[in-house]
Design a protein around this ligand. Structure first.
Ligand code: SF4
Length: 446
């Protein structure tokens, strides 16, 4: 029996990229290949790149440079780069500078990967070239109990700092029928938690709305309707989505978050608390709109934990403008913020229209101000969980000198750690919280 060829995938960036890597993995498996943790054992290495920040693209250059050395030891090694970097690099100006890369293609072209690999090395399994949409490929799950389900790709919004519309193209929504089939198949295979993904996930518009149930209670928002449909699937116990845009948080979507399986956590990007910055970022809402929205959500969902994305040091951001963000942060009492120091991304509207004029050291200072604020707020907020019972999806087990520990996320997306063995991994347990820190709650299974 011949030894199977091996692949090694490295994924950068967001959950969407992780879900795309799971699709690539299905292609490799379809070719009879096996995964390897070691780059040195691999016959094919695939880097799924991210372009959100300059540093993410710089890492691709670093990795591929190392593979030039690896290829000297293994001349048959095939190196592939996909994801946002080739997606936005239409003239291949970056691709041409990468050393030792055999295949450089945008995500949507992954369906041709088996054919291209066979053309490079006819010893790889020959497969008929796939013609289907890459989103129709079923992802290979690392854990059968949790899955991402992508609803859409691309974006029409052109926030001025963002590469996504260039890297992934305009918004394309997946067929509702296909999404529901995927969710049902996941449930049948033991999946209990689904995270619905999209660039503006709450802007989902079903191309085939006839597949919504007749008794679906929502009338206006396809996304709210979809949340209801996924809630009806037997076996699925937890539903979450990311990332929504504030302007599409309609009353129906806010109401649908009260459906029984929905997690009590919302990630709602704000980017800035200053109107002038929001306008330059082309976010299409102002500070007050966001604050009103958070208030409305809080009124309907008393215990909803809130996360956000913030960019500091965007073009022309003064100290006073940054202080508006600090004030908004305090008012919203976010549980978590993914804060970025603005860096120019070539091709974006911001690069063409504005000057990146905030000093690096000042960006760093503002980042630390928010970081400190986040830690103070989340520490205080987490204290309220002491004595409460939360439900935790247990994801992994580790053995330490102090015993065996299980870790998972509560319904508020708080990391929770309890003592226990790995037989409970992949289950949802009721946990009574005894101790709370910034980033961890500790308790015991009831
Ligand atoms: S909404 Fe804005 S930030 Fe989000 S993907 Fe679209 S362009 Fe980028």
């Amino acid at each position: 029996m011949s030894i199977p060829y091996k692949y090694h995938i490295i994924t950068f960036g967001c959950q969407m990229n992780k879900n795309d890597s799971e699709r690539v993995e299905s292609l490799f498996r379809g070719m009879g290949m096996e995964s390897t943790e070691k780059e040195t054992d691999a016959d094919v290495i695939l880097l799924n790149s991210c372009s959100v920040r300059e540093s993410a693209e710089a890492r691709i250059f670093g990795f591929t440079k190392n593979y030039v050395e690896l290829k000297k030891q293994n001349p048959n090694l095939v190196v592939c780069v996909t994801g946002c970097m080739p997606g936005r690099d239409k003239g291949k100006s970056m691709g041409d500078k990468l050393q030792g890369v055999d295949l450089y293609f945008p995500t949507k072209d992954m369906v041709h990967l088996p054919k291209w690999l066979y053309e490079i090395n006819p010893n790889f399994r020959n497969m008929e070239d796939l013609q289907e949409d890459y989103l129709s490929l079923r992802p290979t799950l690392k854990k059968h109990t949790q899955a991402f389900v992508t609803l859409q790709t691309g974006c029409n919004h052109f926030c001025s700092y963002c590469v996504v519309p260039f890297a992934r193209g305009l918004e394309v929504n997946r067929s509702l029928k296909e999404i529901l089939e995927e969710c049902n198949a996941l449930a049948e295979n033991g999946c209990i938690e689904i995270t619905l993904l999209g660039q503006i996930v709450n802007h989902y518009i079903a191309p085939d709305p006839q597949y919504f149930s007749l008794h679906n209670p929502y009338r206006k928002s396809d996304f709210a309707k979809l949340l209801w449909e996924v809630n009806q699937i037997h076996g699925i116990e937890r539903i979450h989505f990311t990332a929504p845009h504030p302007i599409f948080m309609s009353e129906e979507v806010i109401d649908a978050m009260a459906l029984p399986k929905h997690l009590q956590f919302l990630h709602l990007p704000v980017q800035s608390g200053n109107d002038e910055m929001l306008r330059k970022m082309n976010r299409r809402h102002d500070r007050q709109f966001y604050l009103n929205l958070v208030k409305r959500i809080g009124e309907k969902h008393k215990n909803m934990a809130l996360g956000t994305d913030i960019i500091v040091g965007f073009c022309g951001e003064t100290d006073a403008m940054f202080e508006d963000t600090v004030d908004l942060y305090k008012e919203c009492q976010f549980d978590i913020s993914y804060t970025a120091q603005y860096s120019e991304r070539s091709g974006t509207l911001a690069v063409k229209a504005f000057k990146d004029d905030v000093d690096k050291s000042e960006k760093k200072r503002r980042w630390w101000v928010l970081q400190k604020l986040m830690e103070d707020i989340v520490y205080q907020k987490n204290q309220k969980y002491i004595g409460q019972t939360v439900s935790v999806m247990l994801e992994n087990a580790t053995k330490t000198a102090t015993g065996e520990w299980l870790t998972g996320n509560s319904e508020h997306m708080k990391r929770v750690r309890i003592q226990g063995d790995d037989s409970k991994v992949g289950t949802i347990q009721k946990v009574k919280i005894e101790k709370a820190d910034k980033w961890m709650l500790w308790g015991h299974i009831l």
